[in-house]
Design a protein around this ligand. Sequence first.
Ligand code: SF4
Ligand code: SF4
Ligand code: SF4
Ligand code: FES
Length: 298
Amino acid sequence: MRTVTLSLNGAKLQVEEDRPLIQAAREHEVYIPGLCFHPDLPAAEECGLCLVEVEGESDLVHACKTSTRQGLSVRTESDRIRAARQAKLAEILTHHPHACLTCAQQEGCSREPCSTNVPVAERCCPKLGHCEVQKVAAFIGIPPETKKWVPTSHPKFEAEPLLRRDYNLCIGCTRCVRACEDLRRIGALTTREIEPGVTIAWAKEETLVDSGCKFCGACVEVCPTGALMDRDLPPGRHALFTHGGVVRLLAREVGEDRFVPTGTLVVVDWDSRRLLSVREGEGTPRDEKGALAEERSA
Ligand code: SF4
Ligand code: SF4
Ligand code: SF4
Ligand code: FES
């Protein structure tokens, strides 16, 4: 790959040619916000937050869709950029809970009880504290004209294997759809317009199993909100056929760092967070109806 020289906020940088500007800037410690961009996924230009000024262009451009090239001259901060990003952020937050993000007590808050009496339905989700929306909102600044979020009643799926879906928290960034389609080549997810101009992610069918989901966890990994999260297991001893999601779950919760191929039978003691046994080649993770049989009593 050819190296090119570009100017970023007045500093000359040597970067690889033809890389997403947002990523090249971040690698040089210039943060450009963006919620739909992910380094492992093709760009989608959904969120509109990565706006920057490029010399020679009259309009602001999206840094996620701009490729690095010789002589590119970019500014990532100005009053015009801030105003445009804030307008986009206000649109996103109109359709996403954000009361906690404007709260002076948000640092380290457990959300329960709420010292400022925000109704439960308007509080942030358990991702508060390690949420990308929160990080991006703190960087850009939530503008005072942002509309209050009105709680929605989109479906929530709490009992599916390995992951939880809550469409009320989806910002429609489509990272999950692209992860499923472009990384995993599965295509279990799609988008749906829930009101004019507002689109969120949705499974292709009612359940993920029916949608052809392999429970690899790639969509959870890239989701910037609490809309897709790993499901915790109830207390007890569990036998699990592994998928990507379980491997990640085990690594995080059990503290084991080992490769466990898909389809392996793993027995865990969830109370003590211990791996009891790992047996490879135990069969396929499907029951007689073709549904994913990820949990059985050990
Ligand atoms: S994802 Fe959760 S923590 Fe983040 S802004 Fe949304 S509701 Fe709040
Ligand atoms: S867990 Fe399912 S929906 Fe998510 S990326 Fe994997 S196959 Fe697609
Ligand atoms: S579920 Fe998550 S990753 Fe998918 S579109 Fe919604 S916010 Fe984005
Ligand atoms: S990161 Fe560029 S439009 Fe979302």
